[in-house]
Design a protein around this ligand. Sequence first.
Ligand code: ASP
Ligand code: MG
Length: 441
Amino acid sequence: MKFGGSSVANAERIRHVASIIQAYKERRPVVVLSAMGDTTDHLLEAADQALLGSVDIGGVEKLHRDSAAELGIDFAPFEPLLQELKQLLTGISMIKELTKRTRDYLVSFGERLSVRMMAAYLKSQNVPAKFFDAWDLGIVSDSNFMAAELLDEVWKNIPMELASYADGASGEIPIVTGFIAKDKKGNITTLGRGGSDLTATIIGSAMKAEEIQTWKDVDGIMTSDPRLCAAARTVPEVTYEEAQELAMFGAQVLHPRSMVPCLKAGVPVRVKNSYNIKSPGSIIVYRRKGEAPKVCAITAVKGVTLIDITSAGMLGAAGFLAHIFNQFLKWNISIDVIATSEVSVSLTINTKADISGLLEDLRRVAQVEAKPGKAIVTVICDASKSAEVLSTGLEALAQAKINPQMISQAASKVNISMVVDDKQRDEAVKTLHAAYFERQD
Ligand code: ASP
Ligand code: MG
């Protein structure tokens, strides 16, 4: 059972999550938590402040102190962690330097504090629980700080460390830090922002759990953003592949990387609503039992730049794309959507980084136009019915006078992506949602 930051944002929410954990006690859950609320962001801000010379963990300290007080738990065991955190910030403020390694060490306090809080509260409610820092369960990674990869040995370490809980010898519900790990040298690492999902899926997969539950405050995976489309509804079942695309293209489902362990172990992921426990939510499975719906969901991402590359030299020439893609590799910029014709290639990137160097390199061999202010609208669908999906969608867009500037559908894939102007993004999503889901015929 994984609960993200907003699910454990304050004392009241912690109480609520504790009651959910308690309701699932008989199913022997392992619980994975993120840092409380926006603690990770606040720690990063504190680091920036420290670089400017001021040490202040006021917000983070207050949140944890107040929550503990409200939950009636003793704060003494938390003091050493806060001390360590202050010392670390003092160190940063003195040397005015912040490496990726130090940054990971710093943000790790968020998750370390939240699991201690939850375990203490559960115990105070007579629910046997025990907190674990990820490394206590053998969750080890490489040393790629801020985006560490788990090492293969976690697959055997985790079941070994949790053996006594799994076989019933221990009844203490493990409450485990998401997001963090340690490298082989003992340095604390992090799995990248949103990494708690990965912690949950690796534990669930390594333990061959019945299912991995990730708890949100909406009813599972929705056909679209309910804030945008009032008629959005829950999608009961999606495949891993669709879920990955959903996550990649803006839906806040699961971190795309976090699906990898499930794919390997075949453990399903259930997305549950913490405000509606009875609702089954959505389940993410390897293969659907029933027939796939024509369209499963619509998502959108903004802040996209469309790059149009044209070169007459491309006509019939081998190696042109290789050359183009090499420039993106050189500048470490990842490409999302691509469409090509014989003499041109259009692609999209989604980065805040300065791309002038990349453009300069590309312009050595082709005409290049970069158009910012775009959005990608993605229809997750059964691509074997693409003609139907496209005709319904494009007809509706035509009526709304929205012209996609680029459309991409890969062979045997589960999505069709369209690039539109960012200012037309919401309208495009609403139009498509109405066309696919809100028509009675
Ligand atoms: N607390 C971390 C973050 O905010 C990890 C997570 O929430 O999954 O990115
Ligand atoms: Mg978070």
